[in-house]
Design a protein around this ligand. Structure first.
Ligand code: SAM
Length: 578
């Protein structure tokens, strides 16, 4: 893929584009292109630990002479013999369900200098595809998709701590693990990442190369990566696992409702008999539930200790399971109850939604989900708490440049949270910046919940509340926030909401929109799953960044930039168009 999004199918042209890219970019300018939120001190501390080492691509010469000719056409000399590839060969075998023996992928690294004469290379993976070979379709697919095209950073010092630190920085800026491996022929460890869709250099894959054997870090990295084709060789087993996804939703909710996460110890195993006693359940049936949850890594089974447990099984809570504890500050328990409750029942009407366009929720409950929840205080409270349960996506927002700039001014500035739910985000911003004031607009029942939450967070005195509708967006604020609002609505309603905001915003005001973004290249993402959820339950949708830019423009607003947030969300920064 080229930076302008076009795809080159001719191998020599693709090679030349990679060579030009390597010649033109240096490490410090490349990093923010790959990770758009990376800047300031974090960028300065990251850059010295790694160097831009190469751009990689996969070519399909007809034979070794053809490859040499193409390299020469691009002015590349190869003075070292090719090495067998392990990682790319395995990825191709998995993706195309081919036998490894059919795929003799070789690696060459012709040297190319960077803009200041830096030592670099183009990493060429070559798979020979003679005329009429049955690998032709594979080659056409790979040329068109460019799955293996990547940029590589090499660690300056192969220190395991630095490697893990770099992985953490990449994760914080939206890079997702995407496989990797250890190559014994070269004694080097590669970790691949997919960078955020927002990356501006045309490459979406990033390789972190570390000389030496770092299989500990690699194992953690591989565990975090979604499998490209889960069990592609066993389709019937895979389908059975997929078909029974509802059991997972309900097993997790039963686990939470029975109070098991709170009755279990994360550090020590407890026998099923003791757990059954604590939760008033039947040991035998509880054992069945816990064994299922062991497969999901929610609990871990411990080897029996015959003396302590009289031969019973015993289980410990894992980090994942601990997120369902009711008393955990980052509990996701309300989401477990919501997805196994009203949003579980409504998903049974998904085919109705696809046929008619009407949300399954409305079809089943006879009204829009906001109205349905608003009439039932218990459900309304569960909904508010379930929104707050994924609020870790808000963690970086108090440090967003728009908020810190507002907090630095001598006159008190006001953050207006439009449909701010139970005040989770506004509370975080006001707690981090004691000089800021807040205004929260919500429907009446939610205003009351927000008032209680902000009072108990100690910032209620700096907050005003407006009970009302989107048409009542308060005028005269300095920063306006629309968090997870636009994805609830169709385009026409979004334009209306944005126009209400634009009318209320003074010329200097900023707007922060928090949403997940659909990937432009169809790569797996939470946004794609939530797109289905929004369609079935709310009648809304997830969108690509350009789609939001168009909606903002229709309301007289201009999208200025976007920064990734945890849980695959983004914050889009807009102002009034000049
Ligand atoms: C998905 S929640 C988002 C809440 C919060 N901004 C957050 O990110 O956690 C959507 C919110 O929109 C509010 N809402 C729905 N319709 C509204 C309307 N017509 N006027 C104002 N708020 C509305 C709901 O009460 C709900 O709290």
């Amino acid at each position: 893929m080229l930076p302008d999004g076009t795809t080159l199918t001719d191998d020599t042209a693709r090679l030349r584009a990679a060579v030009d890219f390597v010649r033109e970019h240096d490490t410090a300018t490349l990093l923010p292109l790959l990770l758009p939120g990376l800047r300031g001190p974090e960028l300065e501390s990251l850059a010295p630990h790694c160097r831009f080492a190469h751009a990689g691509l996969l070519l399909f010469p007809t034979d070794p002479q053809d490859l040499r000719r193409r390299l020469a056409d691009c002015g590349l000399a190869v003075d070292t013999p090719s090495q067998p590839s392990v990682v790319v060969r395995e990825r191709l075998a998995r993706r195309h369900r081919r036998d490894l023996a059919e795929l003799d992928v070789r690696i060459l690294r012709p040297r190319v200098e960077g803009p200041a004469g830096e030592r670099r290379a183009v990493e060429v993976f070559a798979l020979a595809v003679p005329p009429h070979s049955d690998l032709g379709a594979l080659a056409a697919h790979e040329r068109a998709r460019g799955h293996e095209a990547h940029l590589a950073l090499e660690l300056e010092h192969p220190d395991p701590l630095v490697l893990r630190g770099l992985c953490a920085v990449l994760a914080r800026h939206g890079a997702r693990p995407d496989g990797g491996g250890y190559n014994p022929h070269e004694d080097g460890t590669v970790l691949y990442f997919i960078t955020p869709a927002a990356g501006a250099c045309g490459y979406r894959r990033l390789e972190l190369y570390t000389p030496g054997d770092h299989r500990d870090a690699l194992d953690d990295h591989l565990r975090a990566a979604p499998q490209e084709h889960p069990d592609a060789s066993r389709p019937a087993e895979t389908l059975l696992r997929l078909l029974t996804g509802a059991w997972t939703t309900q097993a997790l909710a039963a686990f939470a409702r029975l109070g098991l996460p709170d009755a279990m110890d994360p550090h020590a195993a407890t026998s099923t008999g003791e757990l059954a006693r604590r939760t008033a359940t039947r040991p035998e049936n509880l054992g069945t539930l816990l064994r299922y949850l062991t497969m999901l890594d929610v609990v871990a089974e411990h080897a029996e200790d015959a003396e302590d447990t009289a031969g019973e099984e015993s289980f410990r809570l894992t980090r994942l399971g601990a997120l369902l504890r009711a008393d955990s500050p980052d509990t996701m328990r309300p989401l477990a109850l919501m997805y196994a409750g009203p949003f579980y029942r409504s998903f049974a009407a998904l085919d109705h939604t696809v046929r008619t366009g009407q949300p399954g929720f409305d079809h089943l409950f006879g009204e829009n989900h906001f109205d349905h929840f608003a009439r039932d205080p218990e459900l309304a409270d569960l909904f508010d708490r379930s929104m707050a349960a994924s609020s870790r996506m808000f963690e970086p927002l108090p440090a967003h440049p728009v908020i810190t700039a507002a907090a630095r001014t001598s006159t008190p500035r006001t953050v207006v949270d439009v449909a701010g739910g139970n005040g989770e985000l506004l509370g975080r911003i006001l707690t981090a910046h004691p000089g800021l004031r807040g205004t929260l607009l919500e429907r009446p029942h939610a205003v009351e919940a927000a008032r209680r939450a902000l009072d108990s967070a100690g910032c209620g005195a700096r907050c005003d509340y407006r009970s009302g509708d989107f048409a009542d967006v308060p005028h005269g604020g300095d920063v306006y926030v629309l968090s997870r609002i636009l994805h609830d609505w169709d385009d026409d309603r979004c334009r209306e909401i944005l126009r209400h905001c634009a009318r209320a915003m003074p010329a200097h005001a900023d707007l922060l929109v928090i949403e997940r973004l659909l990937p432009a290249d169809g790569s797996p993402s939470l946004a794609t799953a939530w797109d289905l959820h929004m369609m079935c339950n709310v009648g809304g949708r997830e969108r690509r960044a350009e789609h939001y830019a168009r909606l903002l423009a229709d309301a007289g607003l201009e999208l200025l930039d976007r920064t990734p947030l945890p849980l695959e969300a983004y914050v889009l920064h807009a102002r009034k168009a000049r």
